[in-house]
Write a new protein. Sequence first.
Length: 210
Amino acid sequence: MDICIKQLGRADYELTWRAMQQFTSSRDESTPDELWVLEHDSVFTLGQAGKREHLLVDSAIPVIAIDRGGQITYHGPGQVVIYVLVDLKRRGFGVKELVSRMEQAVIELLAESGVVAQRRAGAPGVYVQGAKIAALGLRVKQGRTYHGLALNVDVDLTPFGYINPCGYAGMAVTQTRSLGISASSERIGVQLSQRLVALIGMDTARASYL
């Protein structure tokens, strides 16, 4: 089961979101899974359970209410976003397993540069010394996913101070540049998408040993 990687560069958030919805609603059993690798201009996105109270500061950054799970997060230039458009029925595992594999891809990528990263129980994402470096959020429709993950590479972290990231007051946020990783967002996007292809494509028995 092939996975197609699409490098989309800098893309408008709302147009990309609508394109994901369209792709998901129109695909069938023969449609290959896809990963969309891109960056967005500055935007806050508010998940289905999102509360406006987690937006702490009014700014010129737009706020878009969307259909993924989770609370509020920030996207901006220098952040690698990968949208994961996967048919879970065909893959033979569920959304929790997919989230685990997505987190594992980030953990392995950071480990390659000597950075130890962890999951946090009850708070999907990846953390380094308690600071969040990658956020995850998905929507599942008829067994097929869209939305995905965002990894901070070399991004202005100031807007994270305007929110309670993912609904957690005072949560620290970090990025690969601050951890001594010099690779560009373009290079990290390629590396992370390749790891995701490998992990999403492996069988469930092997994944259980991650």
